[in-house]
Design a protein around this ligand. Structure first.
Ligand code: JFZ
Length: 436
């Protein structure tokens, strides 16, 4: 090769790599970084799956599971009339549960918009007798009450004709023509997201879901994520794609599992990144309202899930599926109340903490804030418990519940705590360690 040519090639190579880095590398705004800290401090949020599907009382996947064609499913909005919906009551319930934010479905896989969308008539204002924009009502109430609001938004769409080629779900039973313009669908999605990020005040973030339906498609994430960050630089973007975070995302989520676990089998390859984390879970087995599902988790299970999530340095997003009348199942109201009571007493060991110095153990987890480490003993019967040393000396140890002194020995085997049996709490016995 002549020298001029190799110089030219080298120059071209450098130019190309600079351009591609400049194009893809996302740098969060100062506001966004601040919100990531807020998000981690918050630790507990309310997930709401609510759509016209609630009318059928068979979960949010009912359209797919019962293979209801679009033409038939389109009859359902006429029955959706949640006259008992009370945004104030929902927000008060979340607050009393100790939750700091709400993530609600703006559009689920059925493609129905729960707000006053101008780019599609397939929405709550146009198609239901209720005729009101519930997202607006909820957003206003959240802003008034200092609760942050995220929108869950399904990228997968069983209704839109341009969601084509189809993915693994929403197949021929939907009755759509076997044609469509994929990029037109993505434009439509961006237009709907623009509405949500323009007309509803400050939005804490967008919780995407559905990419797994078409794993190999060009989802044009860069364009959509940039749009969101342009409209609201502070908004946090996350996606339930079950793999490591993509460029442009601000938090990482884990569905029905603690980070690094894969009991569901949804996420065999999910790597844990450095972004703030969140795990979501249902109270019974369903996300959307399910009339027959009474497999509600116990108070102890739910509190321990929250505590474990915090020990893993993750938020807990706990779901409810409101009923078609706008009310929340009494069993779920009761569970949230119990969580709130527990957090009123013990929130100091959860809010504003980060995952503690020890990773999760069979007996429980640790959380940390400043020079305080909280040992959450979730499953232990003996009076003495030895922790491996993490290289810090202990100044004092006390029971968080009644502030009574906890005896401890530090030696070459680690730190041994003595927790009197009578003081053990079957949900969570918390020992507060002050570090030197
Ligand atoms: C998804 C939704 O499908 C579901 O309706 C709910 O909204 C939940 C929070 O998120 O759940 C999924 C998504 C993907 C898989 C399983 C459940 N998957 O790929 O196996």
């Amino acid at each position: 090769m002549k020298p001029i040519n190799s110089f030219f090639v080298a120059f071209l190579f450098i130019l190309l790599s600079v351009c591609s880095v400049a194009q893809t590398k996302y740098e969060p705004s100062a506001e966004n970084k601040k919100n990531r800290e807020w998000f981690q401090d918050a630790r507990f949020g309310l997930f709401i799956h609510w759509g016209v599907y609630s009318v059928l009382g068979d979960g949010e996947w009912v359209m797919n599971n019962q293979q209801i064609p679009i033409k038939v499913y389109e009859k359902i909005p006429a029955f959706f009339n949640p006259t008992a919906f009370d945004a104030k009551a929902w927000v008060q319930m979340a607050k009393a549960a100790g939750m700091k934010y709400i993530t609600i479905t703006s559009k689920h896989h059925d493609g129905f918009a729960m707000w006053d969308s101008k780019v599609s008539d397939y929405n709550i204002v146009k198609k239901t007798p209720y005729g009101q924009d519930v997202l607006k009502m909820l957003a206003d109430e959240c802003h008034k009450e200092g609760i942050k609001l995220f929108f869950y938004h399904s990228q997968l769409d069983w209704h839109h004709p341009d969601y084509f080629p189809r993915g693994n779900t929403g197949g021929s039973w939907t009755g759509r023509a076997e044609s469509g313009d994929w990029y037109k669908y993505l434009d439509y999605m961006d237009a709907q997201l623009s509405e949500l990020l323009t007309n509803y005040g400050e939005i804490a973030g967008i919780w995407f879901d559905g990419m797994w339906d078409k794993k190999d498609a060009d989802w044009r994430l860069n364009k959509t994520y940039s749009l969101i960050h342009k409209l609201q630089p502070g908004a946090l973007v996350g996606s339930n794609h079950h793999v490591a975070p993509y460029d442009g995302e601000d938090f990482q989520m884990f569905e029905k599992d603690l980070p690094g676990h894969n009991t569901t089998g949804f996420a065999p390859e999910q790597k844990i990144g450095d972004l703030p984390k969140e795990t979501c879970e249902t109270i019974n087995y369903s996300w959307g309202f399910n009339l027959k599902d009474d497999g509600h988790k116990s108070r102890k299970e739910l509190i321990q899930y929250l505590v474990k999530a915090a020990g893993y340095g993750a938020n807990f997003l706990l779901n409810i599926g409101p009923m078609p009348n706008g009310k929340i199942q009494p069993e779920h109201i009761e569970k949230l109340k119990q969580m709130g009571e527990w957090l009123t007493a013990n929130g100091e060991t959860i809010y504003g903490t980060r995952g503690g110095p020890l990773t999760a153990r069979d007996w429980g987890v640790t959380t940390q804030k400043g020079n305080k480490v909280y040992i959450h003993v979730l499953d232990w019967t003996d009076e003495s418990l030895t922790l491996p040393s993490w290289g810090k000396k202990i100044k004092s140890a006390k029971l968080f519940s009644d502030k009574s002194t906890v005896k401890f020995i530090e030696n070459e085997f680690g730190i041994t705590l003595k927790i009197p049996k009578a003081k053990m709490d079957e949900t969570d016995t918390i020992v507060e360690l002050e570090l030197k």
